[in-house]
Design a protein. Structure first.
Length: 287
């Protein structure tokens, strides 16, 4: 493993890029009259700032979980467990990417954008990370920084923490629960080796957990209609969001019937499709 590849793995580049994409979506929705020719460069800057801050948070997570990552098959080959990079180098990455991302968001856009990004970094790196071995409440805590990117993008565009920003936050916040619990269901054996308590109490792959996954997915449907209600987008994106929500919900009902790893994996992949489809629909409906 080369050092360059190791640094990309430390940042969890593809995951960070996905998070940054949500910030760009929030930015585009926050423009009163979005124009590709006028705003594409700024949308990329929001993505870059989000990418850097998210990469820093992911690095903090891996620094603290270095020894735990050695216990899990999925993470044993990461740069820190394999000693390809040192903890000192990891903290160097945190300092460089974190400061650069916060300065970009605060200087080019506004201080509130940088403050929200800093809050996200602190919650994910220093609160969510240690909670993973303490309590299943970690998923709710982790859902906060996970839902902040579209809010950060909206604030970057408007400078205001308005009701629309909270709507975007709420949709992504609610999405986190079926997403993370499906992943935790699939990876339960690996997580148990590290002592991670990711599934809801009592922490089993059973009907009670499946029911909670279904409940949060169901709540996504009315939440996804709020952008239409508040004039953020039109009826087309609302229809797409409802259709995607119903299909997503059907996957959770299948999990309730079977309580199988295969069903949880379907929800996991379904969650990866749901969010970008709905977010892109919101933007395209606004144009």
């Amino acid at each position: 493993m080369t050092k360059v590849r190791a640094y990309f793995q430390l940042l969890k580049f593809r995951l960070s890029l996905t998070v940054a994409f949500s910030a760009a979506i929030g930015f585009m929705l926050g423009q009163r009259e979005f124009s590709w020719t006028r705003h594409w460069a700024e949308a990329l800057l929001v993505m870059l700032g989000g990418l850097l801050v998210t990469g820093a948070a992911n690095t903090i997570n891996q620094i603290y979980e270095k020894d735990l990552d050695k216990l899990m098959k999925r993470t044993a080959k990461r740069p820190l467990p394999k000693a390809v990079l040192s903890v000192r180098e990891g903290w160097g990455v945190v300092a460089l990417t974190g400061v650069a991302g916060l300065l970009l968001l605060g200087w080019y856009f506004n201080p509130l954008t940088a403050a929200l990004a800093l809050l996200s970094l602190i919650l994910y790196g220093f609160i969510y990370t240690p909670l993973k071995t303490i309590s299943p409440i970690c998923v709710a805590v982790g859902a906060i920084p996970g839902a902040l990117p579209p809010m950060i993008g909206w604030v970057a565009a408007t400078g205001v923490l308005s009701i629309e920003a909270w709507i975007l936050f709420g949709i992504q916040f609610m999405w986190q629960f079926p997403h993370f619990w499906a992943i935790a269901w699939v990876l339960d054996e690996d997580y148990r080796k590290a002592g991670f308590k990711m599934l809801p109490a009592p922490g089993g792959r059973d009907l009670r957990t499946a029911f909670q996954i279904m409940t949060y997915t169901l709540l996504l449907i009315p939440l996804s209609l709020l952008p239409l209600q508040f004039g953020m987008t039109g009826k087309t994106s609302a229809l797409i969001a409802v259709v995607c929500g119903v299909l997503f919900l059907m996957q959770t009902l299948y999990l309730m019937r079977t309580c199988t790893k295969k069903a949880a994996m379907r929800i996991m992949f379904g969650s990866f499709l749901y969010l970008p489809i709905v977010q892109i629909a919101l933007v395209l409906d606004k144009l």
